[in-house]
Design a protein around this ligand. Structure first.
Ligand code: SF4
Length: 278
């Protein structure tokens, strides 16, 4: 059915403490991600993987994930849950297993705040559930570039920019809390003026906040990107990022679009527990 290996496994935990300052927990009902982005840091962080060159060719499905989650939510303190942190919850295998939907349902009905991040318009399927819990949920859409060809180069198996625009636009129409994650931004690849302007325009027209982050170096993604002719080893990187982020944020201010650096999120999160994660 799928053009990659799907392996069903069992897990002992579902709700994991998160190492990200802005999250209390992370949930990852799948391990591995068939979206196969070249820059994916999960390649270096996913314990279950058949090898770097096989990244994206196998996805592990935690078959008892929901049973474990149902037990854990009864005895765990409420808090913000990130779904997912090292895999896209709405990768194609979700059409069959529906673990992301059930995870959302269990968490939201037990009063946990959930922040979803995805690149896939399959999340639209679950807007019914999210709409019923708008005060404790938000949806983040990752957009690296509005240029479909560039996107294919670094995210070969993800839904393209148009599909992602649709997520943001629909969330706006349905009053779902939302944010655009513009990243990873790679110097000389997707940091062009035109791209910036299109993303700001989308944010402005939909009243959506933007979070920006540059590409952060990891061993395997560095190799994958460089192999594909995308330069990431760059001594000017810090200087470029300071300039880029300042100019981008200034451009956002002029259009009344709120923009934050990813590294600032924990601070905002601590200011107001009921606000959108990003
Ligand atoms: S969608 Fe996210 S988790 Fe999946 S390969 Fe791309 S970066 Fe990695």
């Amino acid at each position: 059915m799928f053009p990659y290996a799907v392996k069903e496994i069992r897990t002992r935990t579902a709700l994991s403490p998160s190492s990200m300052k802005e999250l209390k927990y992370a949930v990852n009902p799948y391990s591995g991600c068939t979206h196969s982005c070249l820059y994916c840091y999960a390649m270096d962080m996913t314990p279950l993987r058949p090898g770097d060159r096989e990244w994206g060719k196998t996805v592990y499905v935690k078959r008892n994930f929901i049973d474990i989650l149902k037990m854990e939510v009864k005895r765990s303190k409420r808090g913000l849950v990130g779904m997912s942190t090292i895999t896209d919850p709405y990768q194609p295998v979700e059409t069959k297993y529906r673990l992301a939907r059930e995870t959302l349902r269990v968490l939201l009905t037990h009063g946990f705040r959930v922040s979803v991040q995805t690149k896939s318009s399959l999340v639209l399927r679950d807007f019914d559930l999210i709409s019923e819990h708008t005060n404790i949920s938000d949806v983040g859409t990752t957009i690296t570039t509005m240029d479909g060809k560039l996107s294919r180069k670094i995210e070969p198996l993800t839904p393209g920019p148009r599909a992602r625009m649709k997520i943001v636009e629909t969330a706006s129409k349905e009053n779902i809390r939302r944010w655009i994650f513009y990243g990873p931004i790679i110097r000389g690849f997707n940091d062009e003026e035109e791209n910036n302007a299109s993303i700001i325009e989308l944010a402005e027209s939909t009243g959506t906040r933007i979070i920006i982050d540059r590409y952060n170096s990891y061993t395997t993604p560095d190799i994958m990107l460089e192999k594909n002719g995308i330069k990431v080893k760059d001594v000017e990187y810090n200087r470029w990022w300071r300039k880029f982020s300042k100019e981008f944020r200034d451009a956002c201010s002029k259009r009344n679009v709120m923009c934050n650096l990813e590294s600032e999120e924990w601070f905002f999160q601590n200011l107001d527990i009921t606000r959108t994660l990003f």
